[in-house]
Design a protein around this ligand. Structure first.
Ligand code: GTP
Ligand code: MG
Length: 309
């Protein structure tokens, strides 16, 4: 829900509120009138009204454990084309969740995204969803030629596979956020089962550089992630995002999940998989944290045919 939807909040006030750290309706509902009036330079009574409006907007929703279980039963999984990686993920990439692949350049993040954009189109007996992919490309690395190779390796006719991948180039972080916010129409129209954001973080890194902008970057990124999470819930689709991190010399001694420059994504992804290059072209995928699966590693490869064991 946008702040502008609250009565008494115009565009300028909403912007001031966001700048002061009130990015969500929930944060406003929980605020004191005094702090809000200071933050947005509005009168106390106006602040009180806005807080009241926010409290009314928030609908608490409850589900029983069995209802949550029923919803989980509608969750589906998309194959990565690597059996061991699928096993690591409990069968494949889940719908109703955000899966983040992070790792250094060339670790295979974009290749996995391409493979999933093909595989989501496979029938369910081949661990697809028989649906289309929406591919948000921020680095201009989507390559139809790779889709053709991967399709042919699966004995699929490449032409319809390419037609069922909707590609949106995002030129900066605001553009990227806007594309995700406008995705709903395309999701319905094109029967989307997978949203790829490759890369989730690159524009945010360059648009908000330096310490001073860190909290603003974090806030915008959090909202973006929440929006993606909502889409995955409502439309029972999978969201896959990538995040480039630099390898560090102390990686294998310290915490391998602590990227240089701090966590841009934090923990809003449901599944986080760390990718690294290993000897002889091998690649290692490591599941970092998952609400229901053990941590572990899987070794895979990238070839002309795509992602394989
Ligand atoms: P950044 O986006 O730079 O962070 O890297 P990334 O993790 O997205 O890397 P990407 O998935 O693009 O992996 C690139 C690597 O995949 C290349 O270095 C190759 O090793 C491999 N690769 C890509 N295409 C092919 C191909 O057609 N054949 C083979 N054998 N390998 C390929
Ligand atoms: Mg890439």
């Amino acid at each position: 829900m946008e702040l502008e939807e609250l009565s008494g909040v115009g565009e300028a006030t909403a912007e001031k509120l966001r700048e002061a750290g009130y990015a969500t309706v929930e944060s406003i509902a929980a605020a004191e009138p005094g702090e809000l009036s200071d933050a947005a330079s509005i009168g106390d009574s106006a602040a009180e009204k806005i807080i009241k409006a926010a409290k009314q907007k928030i609908q608490l929703s409850f589900m029983t454990g069995s209802e949550v279980l029923e919803k989980r039963k509608t969750m589906k999984k998309i194959s990565t084309s690597s059996e061991v990686v699928n096993n690591l993920l409990g069968g494949g990439i889940e719908t109703q969740a955000i899966t983040e692949f992070f790792g250094e350049f060339g670790s295979g993040k974009t290749q996995i995204c391409h493979q999933l954009a093909v595989n989501v189109q496979l029938p369910e007996e081949k661990n697809g969803l028989e649906k289309s992919a929406f591919y948000i490309d921020t680095e201009n690395t989507f390559r139809p030629e790779r889709i053709i190779q991967m399709s042919e390796a699966l004995e699929l006719d490449p032409a319809p596979v390419l037609d069922n991948i909707i590609v949106a180039r995002a030129y900066n972080s605001d553009h990227q956020v806007l594309i995700a916010e406008k995705a709903e129409e395309i999701i319905k129209e094109k029967n989307i089962g997978l949203i790829v954001v490759d890369s989730l973080t690159s524009h945010f890194r360059s648009d908000y550089s330096g310490r001073a902008m860190l909290s603003e970057r974090q806030q915008k990124l959090n909202r973006h992630m929440h929006h993606l999470q909502r889409l995955s819930d409502i439309y029972n689709l999978a969201v896959v995002v990538t995040n480039q991190v630099m390898a560090r010399p102390d990686f294998f001694f310290g915490d391998p999940t602590a990227p240089i420059g701090g966590h841009v994504v934090g923990h809003s992804s449901t599944f986080r998989i760390y990718l690294r290059k290993s000897k002889g072209g091998k690649r290692v995928a490591r599941l970092i944290d998952s609400p229901n699966l053990p941590e572990g590693e899987a070794i895979f490869s990238v070839s002309k045919n795509g992602v394989r064991d």
